[in-house]
Design a protein around this ligand. Structure first.
Ligand code: FMN
Length: 181
């Protein structure tokens, strides 16, 4: 049995939801998984875990500053066990943007982050204009207009491939249990 940690930053709750589905998948195979919101500033007992995944949503082309602060403060812990980073964005609704080399948001994280994850995953997020503040909704609709996405202000579209999220959960277990070469 592996003990796995899933950390996340979520603004609207979708990355939190993805993190919980990853954890459910990990636990469905007889493992244990803790899910922690990095903004809760919980004390983490790093030595308990055999692998860690950290997820963050993309906001205006980057990530919330607390994501970079967390990785700066915890880069040694993050690197000491098998580790993975997953980023959540609506641009990843396009299959070609789920390829790491084609995704500028992932590349931006890899450049700016002081933690260099051994493994990465790109996950399509959710459009939820009615739940977003008017300014955010307006700005994202503008971006969507330029990128052939949905612009209807009432649109709520979940682009996440939930089966693929479960496959990623299995992958994290594989990272945790792989015998070093
Ligand atoms: C304020 C704001 C800015 C966003 N900026 C981007 C962006 O630059 N590129 C993108 O692909 N998605 C962008 N998104 C979409 C989010 O990454 C997506 O909705 C994600 O599912 C949000 O996750 P969360 O609910 O955990 O915050 C943005 C969403 C919001 C609300």
């Amino acid at each position: 049995m592996a003990n796995i940690l899933v950390l996340y930053y979520s603004r609207g709750g979708h990355t939190a939801h993805i993190s919980r589905v990853i954890a459910q998948q990990i636990e469905s195979k007889g493992n244990h998984c803790d899910v922690v919101n990095i903004q809760d500033k919980a004390t983490i007992e790093w030595s308990k875990y055999q692998a860690v995944a950290l997820g963050a949503c993309v906001l205006y082309g980057s990530y919330h500053k607390s994501v970079f602060k967390f990785v700066r403060e915890n880069k040694q812990h993050l690197s000491q066990i098998p580790n993975s980073f997953f980023c959540v964005s609506v641009v990843a609704r396009k299959p070609e943007k789920r390829i790491p080399e084609n995704n500028t948001y992932l590349q931006k994280f890899l450049t700016l982050s002081e933690w260099k994850p051994q493994d990465v995953k790109i996950i399509a997020g959710k459009v939820d204009y009615p739940s977003w503040p008017w300014y955010d909704s307006f700005m994202i609709r503008l971006i969507m207009k330029m990128t052939d996405g949905p612009t209807d202000p009432t649109a709520i579209i979940d682009y996440t491939d939930w089966e693929d999220v479960k496959v990623y959960g299995d992958h994290i277990v594989e990272l945790a249990t792989a015998v070093p070469a």
